[in-house]
Design a protein around this ligand. Structure first.
Ligand code: GLA
Length: 401
């Protein structure tokens, strides 16, 4: 009898739609653009419209970028019934009209809120208003929610994020749910069924290897964030991704640093969320952000993050298993000196430390495609000799030949 009652309860909970996230929204890492890294609170509807236009005209949409995400500071006050409204000065036409515009370009729209009483910039948070906010977002036509963790006092993270997941699900409009609690509560251990992606670290900063001290918190350069991903790859996969934060490509690092940053985020199967002003990009930035071959590595259907195979004198070798028995390999030169690659494939057996992927180059020969330089590199029978410039990468795609 007891068993029957529990079964019935489970069935009812299942049918009522609670305790679920929307499936099928992030089978490969999400791609898009977000306001925060470049514009912070200096945002308005014209910026969003111009950005949507530029995502189309620059070729970014064609390359796979889909979500136009408005981060903090779009909020107005709650109305007398408690429903959230947009800032009437920044978004005079309203969020529904803006969503319609973004949708008319064949793109999707994202928005930002916070599990606490206020967002990080002091706007109204969703705490206690989760279901009302989710209903409003659905009415507006929102497709993506980034959900932050400021001003949460001592609330329980699993409870807080599950509540918003359930609210979104019951509002009925599929919304990609992106958690942002900076890895403070080890979301990789519990958020697989809560969200489609979760931030693993504090905020990124626009530098190669620095820590930017803000007093009570720090933001981090590309290499610092990369190093913080250590130990997390086994938790990510199709539908649930580790998020090492939005990209800084095009925001002032050198071209090779931008290329290395984009490459490592692709190798990590990270969400590719651009954070630059896409209305004014150099051709070099466009070339990096829209590199089809690199994006194919990021978007590979296996959804397995790269692992670090070796590290010597600042030169790291990373392997990423791909579908169809293919592999992506990156030599990352972290140092300020040119890095010499001397890689004798045939003496190497590569084994994924967490998943069941392995390759023995003495038994199978692979052809080599050079992703960034398009140089002819023959195959894995011949030792690879190359020089990688400081703060740069050499990335290869290996196919069985
Ligand atoms: C936090 C997040 C950032 C950004 C800001 C907005 O710092 O980590 O990505 O959303 O809040 O205030």
């Amino acid at each position: 009898m007891k068993n029957k009652i529990s079964l019935l309860l489970c069935l009812l909970i299942g049918l009522s739609g609670y305790s679920q996230k929307f499936e099928g929204l992030a089978d490969t890492p999400p791609m898009g653009w977000n306001t925060w890294n470049t514009f912070a609170c200096d945002i308005n509807e014209d910026l969003i419209k111009e950005t949507a236009d530029a995502i189309v005209s620059s070729g970014m949409k064609e390359a796979g970028y889909e979500y136009v995400i408005i981060d903090d500071c779009w909020h107005g006050e709650r109305d007398e019934k408690g429903f959230i409204q947009v800032d009437p000065e920044r978004f005079p036409s309203g969020m529904k009209a803006l969503a319609d515009y973004v949708h008319s370009k064949g793109l999707k729209i994202g928005i930002y809120s916070d599990a606490g009483t206020q967002t990080c910039a002091g706007e109204p948070g969703s705490r206690g208003y989760e279901y009302q906010d989710a209903i409003r977002y659905a009415e507006w036509g929102i497709d993506y929610l980034k959900y932050d963790w400021c001003n949460t006092e001592n609330i329980n993270p699993i409870g807080a994020y599950s509540t918003m997941r359930d609210a979104l699900y019951s509002a009925g409009r599929p919304v990609l749910f992106a958690m942002c609690e900076w890895g403070d509560n080890q979301p990789w251990e519990w958020a697989k069924d809560v969200a489609h992606m979760w931030r693993t670290t504090g905020d990124i900063y626009n530098c190669w290897n620095c820590e930017e001290d803000h007093g009570s918190w720090s933001s981090w350069g590309v290499l610092r964030i990369l190093d913080m991903q250590d130990g997390l790859r086994e938790y990510a996969g199709p539908g649930h991704w580790n998020d090492p934060d939005m990209m800084e490509v095009g925001n002032g690092m050198s071209q090779s640093e931008d290329r290395a940053h984009f490459t490592m985020w692709s190798m990590l199967a990270a969400p590719l969320i651009a954070g630059n002003d896409v209305r004014n990009m150099t051709p070099e930035t466009v070339e990096i952000l829209t590199n089809e071959k690199m994006i194919a590595i990021n978007q590979d259907s296996l959804g397995v993050q790269a692992f670090k195979y070796n590290s010597e004198d600042g030169l790291e070798t990373w392997f990423k298993p791909l579908s169809n028995g293919e592999w992506a390999v990156t030599f990352l030169n972290r140092s300020d000196e040119p890095g010499k690659v001397n890689f004798d494939w045939e003496s190497k057996k590569i084994e994924d430390p967490h998943f069941d992927y392995a390759v023995d180059f003495s038994e199978v020969t692979y052809s080599i495609e050079d992703i960034w330089n398009e140089k002819e590199l023959k195959n894995t029978k011949k030792t690879l000799k190359a020089t990688v410039a400081p703060h740069d990468v050499l990335t290869l795609r290996l196919k069985k030949s």
